[in-house]
Design a binder for this molecule. Structure first.
Ligand SMILES: [Mg+2]
Length: 241
């Protein structure tokens, strides 16, 4: 059956996300520690000496456990963790909230300092003439901050829906807004668990970007293995979707 709509995962599908997140993670935390030290020069040990990066990561896991309804909303979880830690460091509650918000703004700036794979913009430009296109991400990348928004008619931030992939609701929301039946849509993503399985179970075709070569050898019906998103146009042509 002819494919009329495409849905795309973002992180590690349209760009290499690991270095982006590693830099954003380390830099905004260091920024917060430096800024707190500059604001209170008399305080003995720095925020980071008090709470190393591992304590921040632990606190995020703890926040996620205590606020299960916020699962998947990683930005909220980060900000809450920073707020709690800055308050515990000794700052008044309102100031702690402001510092946490400021650090998160810094994190989001760094998180959008990324470059899509070189083929991506031209590829999307061609595909959007033939297909309706949606983005479905669990992450906190905002396409409007990346100049990619024009290529997508629908954007679903699954974490903010509190239904992160593999929950099927993000896929159903994207399909509904694209006006596409699952059998007429193809999802493109790198995660076997979060992209391939839920899309395939809904009856979508799937282009699986298996860059790390870590999935099962036996593919499910409707799943097509690629090693890079640049191979997508050839797949779409060869299958006469
Ligand atoms: Mg991904």
């Amino acid at each position: 059956m002819a494919i009329t709509a495409l849905t795309f995962d973002l992180d590690d599908t349209l760009w290499n996300n690991r270095p982006v997140l590693e830099r954003a993670e380390a830099s905004h935390y260091q920024w917060l520690s430096d800024a707190l030290a500059a604001a209170s020069p008399g305080v003995g040990s720095t925020f980071m000496a008090h709470y190393p990066l591992s304590a921040y990561q632990q606190r995020r896991a703890d926040v996620a456990r205590r606020f299960p309804l916020k699962r998947g909303d990683f930005t909220w979880i980060r900000e809450r963790a920073l707020f709690e830690m800055v308050e515990a460091y000794g700052l008044p509650r309102l100031q702690a909230r402001l510092w946490a918000a400021h650090a998160i703004a810094h994190f989001l700036d760094l998180r959008h300092d990324l470059t899509p794979y070189p083929e991506v913009v031209a590829m999307l430009d061609t595909l959007r003439r033939r297909y309706r296109i949606a983005a479905i991400t669990n992450g906190n990348a905002d396409l409007n901050r990346l100049d990619l928004a024009d290529h997508f008619s629908v954007m679903i931030a699954a974490g903010e829906l509190h239904a992160p992939k593999p929950d099927p609701r993000a896929f159903l929301a994207a399909l509904a807004r694209l006006g596409a039946q699952p059998s007429r849509a193809l999802h493109v993503g790198d995660s076997w668990r979060e992209d391939v399985l839920p899309a395939q179970r809904l009856g979508m075709q799937v282009a699986w970007i298996d860059a790390k070569n870590e999935g099962p050898c036996e593919l499910l019906p409707g799943v097509h293995r690629l090693t890079h998103v640049r191979e997508l146009p050839a797949l779409l042509d060869s299958r006469a979707f």
